[in-house]
Ligand binder design. Structure first.
Ligand code: SF4
Length: 305
């Protein structure tokens, strides 16, 4: 057995012994995705984990995702293998800033993307994901809506509703940096490829896309599509799952620079250490958790189109 195989065996044994479930976001490095019990979008992972009898969650992702697991699974111990794995977009909005925004638009419900801190969720009326943001905003029935923290997701929603959207000026640097020039270059190199883009990309990039989807939406689309080539405009880690699930189909980066460094901090040694030490634990304080859960739970009541 080589070193990597030994690590995998030790992780699996320890996870079994401690009744731990390993969750990995679609942007994690391939070996982390491969060892996980569940892979997927951030909130979907926590919801799936809540339906298991695992006592512990090892969340391979970034901090707000581990917080979401703590919000949805209060009875489970949540461990993030790398404590400083954070999200630049979630860090762009504090609860205090959101309280200020609410004062500027009194009465407008706050729709908050799940890529946000627990405190920000707790200050919000309802959460949304990149897959259901349009439905959630329409469902509020409000003439004016505050959307946080992603300005690009808000712009995407604005295109699909006639409601007034007051957006916070946050963004994901990885998606926001993808330029029209880079995408056009990829399109010229692969003229037959379907362009799939994440709504965290800019409006100009989304204009060029054939389909705009969340990461799990891209996985579903690629599987059901008869196309054989795809350009993928999201964090490049998703290509691992796309290739694994679609042998024979070809996937190309929209840009080789779409890499989230925080998502790449977790490796197998970090997972083993997290299982051994059961730290660092992420536990959202109960008063915040209850309010944040209410915003998440409201979102789950929104009927799908
Ligand atoms: S890819 Fe963007 S939104 Fe996702 S964790 Fe990294 S910085 Fe945050």
């Amino acid at each position: 057995m080589n070193q990597k195989e030994e690590l995998i065996v030790r992780i699996k044994d320890l996870a079994r012994e401690k009744n731990a479930i390993i969750l990995a976001h679609n942007y994690q490095v391939p070996e982390v995705q491969d060892i996980a019990d569940l892979t997927g979008d951030s909130l979907a992972l926590s919801i799936q984990a809540s339906k298991t009898d695992a006592a512990m969650i090892i969340f391979c992702g970034v901090h707000f995702m581990a917080e979401a697991a703590s919000i949805v699974c209060p009875d489970k111990k949540v461990i993030i293998p790398v404590e400083d794995a954070g999200c630049a977009m979630a860090d762009m909005l504090t609860a205090e800033q959101l309280r200020g925004l609410k004062k500027e638009h009194p009465g407008a419900p706050v729709v908050t993307y799940v890529n946000s801190s627990a405190e920000v969720k707790a200050e919000s009326d309802i959460c949304c994901t990149s897959a259901n943001a349009v439905q959630v905003v329409k469902w509020t029935g409000a003439r004016e809506v505050i959307m946080t923290p992603d300005r690009n997701l808000a712009a995407w929603v604005r295109r699909h509703t006639d409601q007034v959207i007051h957006a916070w000026d946050g963004y994901c640097p990885i998606h926001d940096d993808l330029s029209v020039v880079e995408l056009k270059k990829a399109m010229a190199e692969h003229p037959d490829a379907v362009v799939m883009a994440h709504p965290e990309c800019t409006e100009q990039v989304l204009e060029l896309a054939d389909v705009v989807r969340s990461t799990s939406g891209m996985l579903d689309y690629a599987k059901s599509s008869s196309a054989e080539e795809f350009i993928v405009a999201t964090e490049n880690g998703l290509i691992h799952a796309l290739e694994k699930e679609n042998p024979g189909k070809r996937f190309f980066f929209a840009s080789a620079n779409m890499i989230c460094k925080d998502m790449k901090k977790t490796g197998l040694p970090e997972i083993l250490k997290a299982l051994e030490d059961e730290t660092p634990e992420v536990k959202v304080p109960e008063d915040i958790r209850i309010k944040a859960y209410r915003a998440v739970d409201r979102m789950l009541q929104v009927p799908r189109d």
